[in-house]
Design a binder for this molecule. Structure first.
Ligand SMILES: [Zn+2]
Length: 266
C-alpha cells in the first residue's frame, strides 16, 4: 500500500514537472530584458490589392486601412529613427505582401529586432472603437502593454485592451512582435480622428514612446502572462510543427530526465 502511494507520488511529480516545462511551449524567451533590441521592423498592414478594412459609406470620411497604415508607419519610422534605432519597413509603398513573407522578413532579421505591425480596425458594429494591441509571445506582453498605454494617454484613444491572440503576425515571428489596431474606421468618432494627419502623428509618437519605454525598462513592472493555447487562425499555421519540435527539444530531452531524477529522490 505504502509502495503504491510512493509510486503515485513519483508519477505525480513527473506529471507536474512535465506540465510546468511544457507551459513554456511557443515562448522560449518569456521576458524581454531592457536594451534587448536595436532594430524596429515596422509593418504597415495590407497594401496593393489588399485594401484592408474600409470605412463604409455611412462614415464621415471614406478611408482605406492600407493608406492609413502606411502613413502611420512612415511617421513612426521617423520617430524611432530620431530616437537612434535602426529601422526597416516591410513595405514603403502601396504593394501587396503576403503575411508569411512579412513573417519571413522578421525571422531573417532575428535577435535584436522587434516587429511592430500597424493596422486600423473595421467592423459591422459602429459602436466599436478605441485602440487594441495584440500579442502572442510572452516576451511581447510588455511591449504591447506599453504601446497600448501610450496610445491611450498620448493620442487620447479609448482603451481597447492588450489582447493575447494567435494571429499570423503575433505567433509566427521568432522575435518579439505586436500588432496595433490604432482606431476603428467604422466608428464615427474614430473615423474622424483617423482621417486627421495630426491624430496619426500623435499615434505614431505614442507608439514610438511605448517602444522607447520598453527599451529603457524591458519588462520590469509588467505582470507575466498566463500560458494559454488558442485555436489556430489558419490551417497552414506552423503551430503543430513548432509544438512538436519544442516537445522534442524541451520535454523529452530536458524535462523527463530531470523529472526522473527528482522522482527517484522522492
Ligand atoms: Zn488590418
Amino acid at each position: 500500500m505504502f509502495t503504491r502511494f510512493r509510486d503515485a507520488r513519483r508519477l505525480l511529480g513527473i506529471f507536474v514537472l512535465g506540465l510546468a516545462a511544457c507551459s513554456e511551449i511557443g515562448t522560449p524567451n518569456p521576458r524581454l530584458a531592457r536594451g534587448n533590441f536595436s532594430t524596429i521592423l515596422i509593418d504597415p498592414g495590407h497594401g496593393g490589392k489588399d485594401n484592408g478594412g474600409t470605412s463604409g459609406s455611412r462614415m464621415p470620411n471614406a478611408l482605406r486601412e492600407k493608406d492609413l497604415t502606411l502613413d502611420t508607419a512612415r511617421r513612426l519610422q521617423i520617430r524611432v529613427q530620431k530616437a537612434g534605432f535602426r529601422v526597416a519597413m516591410t513595405r514603403n509603398d502601396d504593394r501587396f505582401i503576403e503575411l508569411d513573407d512579412r513573417v519571413a522578413m522578421a525571422n531573417r532579421r532575428g535577435a535584436g529586432t522587434i516587429l511592430v505591425s500597424i493596422h486600423y480596425n473595421a467592423t459591422g458594429n459602429p459602436s466599436a472603437h478605441g485602440v487594441e494591441t495584440y500579442f502572442w509571445r510572452a516576451d511581447s506582453h510588455g511591449l504591447a502593454t506599453r504601446i497600448e498605454r501610450a496610445v491611450v494617454s498620448e493620442a487620447g484613444q479609448a482603451y481597447g485592451g492588450v489582447i493575447r491572440r494567435r494571429l499570423r503576425l503575433t505567433r509566427n515571428p521568432e522575435i518579439p512582435c505586436v500588432l496595433v489596431e490604432c482606431a476603428y474606421l467604422t466608428n464615427p468618432d474614430d473615423n474622424r480622428r483617423a482621417a486627421s494627419p495630426a491624430f496619426r502623428e500623435r499615434v505614431a509618437a505614442a507608439i514610438a514612446d511605448g517602444i522607447k519605454e520598453e527599451y529603457r525598462l524591458g519588462d520590469a513592472g509588467i505582470p507575466s502572462v498566463p500560458e494559454l493555447h488558442a485555436p489556430l487562425s489558419k490551417a497552414s499555421d506552423r503551430y503543430a510543427e513548432g509544438w512538436l519540435k519544442q516537445i522534442k527539444n524541451r520535454c523529452i530531452c530536458g524535462v523527463f530526465p530531470l523529472a526522473a531524477v527528482v522522482a527517484l529522490s522522492l
